[in-house]
Ligand binder design. Structure first.
Ligand code: ADP
Length: 238
């Protein structure tokens, strides 16, 4: 079934309204809020501090330990509280997406804890979480070689779209078969490097290249918002 008009009226290469803020949690070393429309994420960073138990320490470089979770009230059908397999997977890929951006060799034997909480979920929570976490790491004043900017891109009814909503992720063909392809991506925009690429569904290699270009363009826009947010917050600092 062709998808000619997006459910929420956006252009195919348009993200939802982006909101970003840093310094939302006073007690954390760094914190941020990031929203794609009604998908809302908060990230808090603590550390670096010495990693225990000691056998987990790496004398060459520090590590990022990420904890992603969705609040029970973040979706209309209450989500079971506490960790699950999905949360573990997202925490793991988020660590991998953030690690290349931070100069971890400055912190041997240490851990940087990153907590991501999803306040409201309408698809794209891992990408919103990565954007918030990247801002929170920078807000904590950690040495970084780049920020990380993330968005999902997908193929819905034969059409490539950025920043999918849940209705799009659940898009079905006339025969009732689920046909959406969802590709969460993260870039280090200044370096032009990919640090996250997952793919749920089917897509040709030609379309995948086009989708990645669309994602990169959106990530460049997200990067500008992230930089502006940090500059605003540190305006008073000279
Ligand atoms: P992402 O949020 O990164 O797109 P998924 O594709 O796993 O990750 O999830 C898509 C969406 O499905 C979520 O954003 C959320 O809206 C919904 N969802 C995920 N887990 C649950 C859950 N346990 N209960 C209700 N809705 C959920």
């Amino acid at each position: 079934m062709p998808y000619t008009k997006r459910f929420d009226g956006r252009k195919f290469d348009e993200t939802r309204k982006i909101e970003a803020k840093v310094g939302v949690i006073e007690k954390a070393d760094g914190s941020a809020y990031f929203a794609f429309g009604d998908t809302k994420a908060i990230a808090a960073v603590y550390g670096p501090r010495t990693l225990f138990p000691q056998h987990l320490q790496n004398p060459v470089k520090g590590r990022i330990r990420c904890n992603y979770d969705m609040m029970s009230f973040s979706v209309s059908e209450r989500k079971r509280p506490g960790p699950g397999r999905r949360g573990q997977e997202i925490s793991h890929v988020t660590e991998k997406a953030l690690e290349p951006a931070v100069k971890l060799d400055n912190f041997p034997n240490c851990v940087i804890e990153v907590y991501i909480l999803i306040l409201q979920a309408n698809a794209g929570t891992r990408t919103a979480g990565i954007n918030a976490a990247s801002l929170a790491l920078a807000h904590a004043g950690l040495p970084m070689i780049d920020l990380v900017s993330s968005v999902s891109v997908g193929k819905i009814g034969g059409k490539l779209c950025v920043d999918l909503i849940k209705e799009e992720e659940d898009f079905k063909e006339k025969n009732g078969e689920k046909s959406a392809t969802d590709i969460p991506v993260a870039f280090l925009p200044r370096l032009g490097k990919v640090s996250l690429l997952q793919l749920d569904g089917k897509i040709s290699s030609k379309e995948l290249s086009e989708a990645l270009e669309m994602a990169q363009e959106s990530c460049n826009k997200i990067y500008e918002v992230q930089k502006r947010t940090l500059k605003e917050a540190f305006k008073e600092w000279k």
